[in-house]
Write a protein that binds this ligand. Sequence first.
Ligand code: UDP
Length: 332
Amino acid sequence: MTTILVTGGAGYVGSVSVAALLAAGHEVAVLDDLTTGHSAAVPSGARLVVGSYGEQAPVERLLRERGVEAILHCAARSLVGESIIDPGKYYRDNVAGGVALLEAARAAGVGRVVFSSTAAVYGVPDATPIPEDAPLRPINPYGETKRTFEGALRWYGAAYGLRSVSLRYFNVAGATAELGEDHDPETHLIPAVLRAVETGAPLTIFGDDYPTPDGTCIRDYIHVADLADAHLRAIEATAPGDPRTDGGALVCNLGVGGGFSNREVVAAAEAVVGHAIPFTVGPRRVGDPPVLVAAADRAATVLGWRPQHTTLESMVGSAWAWRQANPGGYRD
Ligand code: UDP
């Protein structure tokens, strides 16, 4: 049993990861300022502390009081478009706030961190599947600030012996029976498709003239429950003496190593809801690479991670079931 602080544990990925950590017998405290998270999403076995991870002194106190041994750092600003308009917010929260968290950890003697990173650190890849050692050339402040914090973890490893795992998520989707995706605004494709079904809101596919078999972009979708399982394994990999983090920082892609096109996502949603879903094709969205697919073998070999829910139907179907059970999302 390990005592773990999860920042952003009231969010989509964070809450499902909290549930997985609790199910594995760990003790979990959640630190979340609830600006984008939902208190109702925090599993009942975890204690919620409302606050910011970027305030060093209170975070240091919290780490000491709870006897925290490891941190799962999921909290962040994560909207690509917003990051381009308001980069200061991203540098302040994702970089400066993250470093305040690391300083609090250092002061409190917490030497284990697992970090929610992103495929956005790669930018437009030269080739796919993308291995972890591909060049990092982010094309927006969101990806740039995530890359910068990965660098901080690496240097804290070299200087102070911090053990860390950065998990570069590809496209997270799906829900568990209890926990799902409730963002405002919601910019991602699968929720946009399901919202179109629920409300008749117009669905636009951004571009169908990409160099892909059906002309629409291809993304590597990963079920949030599989993602949570990877976090559990990554926390274990930071244990004192574990050779996987003896070098300090470990980086793993989290994707399934295959992709689905935007049209295939709509077709899967049509199969799930049982009727056609009308959409229009609009212009390309700025900054969308045609294909983003992970080279997924490192997470398999190093973390022993095998995604279990790899069909679009399981991802779209579970997201749809959660939305139907929770109309309007979380009630807070
Ligand atoms: N997309 C779309 N319509 C939408 C939202 C997204 O066509 O309303 C496309 C987007 O252009 C990209 C893919 O769906 O090709 C996945 O986008 P998303 O924002 O879900 O994830 P990203 O890959 O950008 O992280």
